[in-house]
Design a binder for this molecule. Structure first.
Ligand SMILES: [Zn+2]
Length: 217
């Protein structure tokens, strides 16, 4: 620097240039730091929003499920249906709007409104979507809960999965993954101490002696 000073005007110009250079360098460094921290900040906020998504989603799912009137809800892909990659290739029975709301979107029909709640005829209940036999009439009992109730299922017909509410056990058709209802234990309503609480809309009843439809596999 001293050397530059002694060169007089030329030195001053050089010094000025040097000073400008230093200032610009500092400025550039500050800008770079700003860009860097901005990038870090964006990454962090992205991470946070990712983390928040799941709980928010499950909360939404829960709300939708509780609300029986949520008829406008868009079809939500549930894990059980989605996991069956072959589902879309299979030709299931066509479903009405309400049946789809219950079977595909895990809705619940209003209590005491289902066509099979009080049905006492002997026969078999099959899945409304894929025709898989689910329950026998001999296992149906009067629970007064407002939905058809069974204390046993046909062997290997029903799959139990944790409900999105984190409390109940959801039951689905093992063949097609369609939603049936929930299963409860420990209510001491029957000797088997089990209550399959099933939506009428999830099933189709075939009276004894009638030929059961072919299962869509
Ligand atoms: Zn089914």
């Amino acid at each position: 620097m001293k050397c530059v000073f002694e060169k007089g005007t030329l030195g001053d110009v050089t010094m000025l240039k040097n000073r400008n250079f230093v200032l610009w360098s500092a400025f550039a460094a500050i800008i770079s730091m700003g860009v860097f921290w901005n990038a870090v900040g964006e990454e962090l906020s992205k991470e946070n929003s990712d983390n928040n998504q799941s709980p928010k989603k499950s909360q939404t799912d829960k709300d939708k499920k509780v609300d029986d009137k949520s008829k406008d809800e868009k079809p939500k892909k549930d894990a059980t249906t989605e996991s069956k990659s072959s589902s879309s290739a299979r030709k299931f029975n066509p479903l009405s709007y309400d049946e789809e709301r219950v079977i595909i979107h895990k809705g619940t029909e209003r209590p005491f409104t289902g066509e099979y709640t009080d049905n006492k005829e002997p026969g078999t209940y099959v899945c409304r979507r894929c025709n898989a036999p689910l329950y026998h009439s001999k296992d149906k009992f009067e629970s007064h809960c407002g939905w058809p109730s069974f204390d046993d299922e046909i062997k290997d017909a029903v799959k139990r999965v944790p409900d999105l509410d984190g409390e109940r056990i959801e039951i689905i058709c093992k063949n097609c993954g369609g939603h049936l209802g929930h299963v409860f234990h420990g209510e001491f309503l029957t000797k088997k101490n089990t209550r399959h609480c099933v939506n009428s809309l999830s099933m189709k009843f075939y009276a004894e002696g009638k030929t059961l439809p072919a299962v869509v596999k």
